[in-house]
Design a protein around this ligand. Sequence first.
Ligand code: GLY
Ligand code: MN
Ligand code: MN
Length: 431
Amino acid sequence: MSEFAARREQLLQAMGEGVALFPSAPVALRNHDVGHPYRQDSDLYYLTGLDEPESLLLLTNQHEEHRVVLFVRPKKREREIWDGPRAGLEGAVADFGADVAFPIEELAEKLPDYLGNVERLHYRLAQNREADAIVFDCLNHLRRGGRRGVNAPETVIDSAMHLHEMRLRKSADEIATMRKAAAITREAHLRAMQLARPGIHEYEIDAELLHVFRKHGSERAAYESIVGSGPNATILHYRAGNRVLDDGELLLIDAGCEYDYYASDVTRTFPVNGTFSAEQRAIYAIVLRAQKASIDAVTTGATLDEIHQRAVRSITEGLVDLGLLDGECDTLIEEKKYEPFYMHRTSHWLGMDVHDVGHYFVAGEQRPLEPGFVLTVEPGIYIATDAESVDERWRGIGVRIEDDVLVTAGAADVLSEGIPKEIDEVEAACA
Ligand code: GLY
Ligand code: MN
Ligand code: MN
């Protein structure tokens, strides 16, 4: 709780005079009265630790008594019998750091009290239509109040401006949580390597990954696990299906757990029967070399584009060596001839969201890495089943290797370390 309080203070300092609003994630209905699993909005969770729907955090440094105001669902026995206990108004104050709490039903009525005569509102427009409607009504109401001496905010600033910069720089606590998420993910990948064998379905592996996540206290997968066998490994966001794993194929697993609202995001590719074929081994070795070269480039001051270019060069050189590309390396890179085989970027920010928040460019330039940033490094080679430019023996091979990396002032700190990726380690883990 002290970390949440410190974050709120840091944000209140950074934003200057004004009021900031952070609504909860909306509830998504699957059908009738059955909902999709609920997950709190990352911004609101980052500032409160509150995981309840129908809530809103208001931060202000322009109110005489209150800095932290929570709107929540009041305690209500009839509803709690169905949906479980609520923090309620008392809990919002006692457990979640609010100076005062109100029922969420009173939001529209109370909001003008906090926004009147405030110049700057920090709010992320157009993200949550339900919250937008309440905020817009409040602004319109205040704009009609000029003659009574009440002015509406004249400036609405994206609340992400300061907050997402904070979220991009991970604290020691956050890094420890991300290490824990990666450690659980390691267990899941190890289990999948042991379990996979000819005759097993992709969905069985998918279920086992989730089993290991949950067994270790992870709430959920950080994204839908990708479990692609054989040619399915060449489909970037393939969801585990009915396919039966076959002898002689590769299995690509891109799966990471979420732990205490922090994501891990790890990919491993391994032979279903435990031994790489000559072609699989050759492609795998290129991707591994590219991934290590990219990880070596992760340090303070480097950019994601530099890291990506390392992977591109390494992959292009490897494809030339194997005869899958023909020509001079610099020209092939310039003409993007590698793209049919490597069509995605190498990195994205990682944090509470798997594709985490934070600007990638600042003033039009690639942003230099800073200590505390966490990113993925995930090169791959995907040879389509209908890739007519290459010999048939290469077709249908898909390999990606992905780790989670913390930027430090020195060498990269691989949070997902210890998940087999050297060829002999992978074969041993599958044996
Ligand atoms: N698992 C999604 C990604 O690697 O970006
Ligand atoms: Mn991934
Ligand atoms: Mn990723």
